[in-house]
Every structure is written in structure tokens, then in C-alpha cells.
Design a protein around this ligand. Structure first.
Ligand code: FES
Length: 72
């Protein structure tokens, strides 16, 4: 689903950016350019970032050992 129509960024691209090392909305915005034009997508983009980070933290907490994600 498209999150940012101005830059053509999808929710999948936002998730991938987080899996590849972004750890905040600011990081995602700087990497993908989401929310940098009209700004109407900022709330939804932040929600996708928050949801993805929460899922990652929950998945990591369930593991018996810590996993680190590094940028490729
Ligand atoms: S819809 Fe994302 S900046 Fe306009």
C-alpha cells in the first residue's frame, strides 16, 4: 500500500528500511524521503514505523539471545 504519494513510498519499503537499519521515523524520512514534500503522510508513516519497531522488539524479546540488525 502506498503511504506517501508524493514520493511513491510504500509500507513495504518503510519496513524494509527498518530491517536494513533505520531505527526511527527520522531515519526512514532521511532514507526514503517519505513525508518530505506535502507532509500529509507523516502520521501514517510514523504509525508503520512504530508498528514495525514494536514487532521487531517483541520478536527479539522472545529469543533466548539478542539479535542485532546491521545496515547492508
Ligand atoms: S504524501 Fe508524503 S509528502 Fe506528500
Amino acid at each position: 500500500m502506498y503511504v506517501c504519494l508524493c514520493t511513491g513510498v510504500t509500507d513495504g519499503q518503510i519496513r524494509d528500511a527498518i530491517y536494513e537499519g533505520c531505527c526511527s521515523y527520522k531515519d526512514v524520512r532521511n532514507t526514503l524521503g517519505v513525508g518530505t514534500q506535502c507532509g500529509k503522510c507523516a502520521c501514517l508513516a510514523k504509525e508503520v514505523v512504530r508498528e514495525t519497531l514494536t514487532k521487531l522488539q517483541t520478536a527479539q524479546a522472545a529469543l533466548p539471545y539478542p539479535v542485532e540488525f546491521t545496515a547492508a
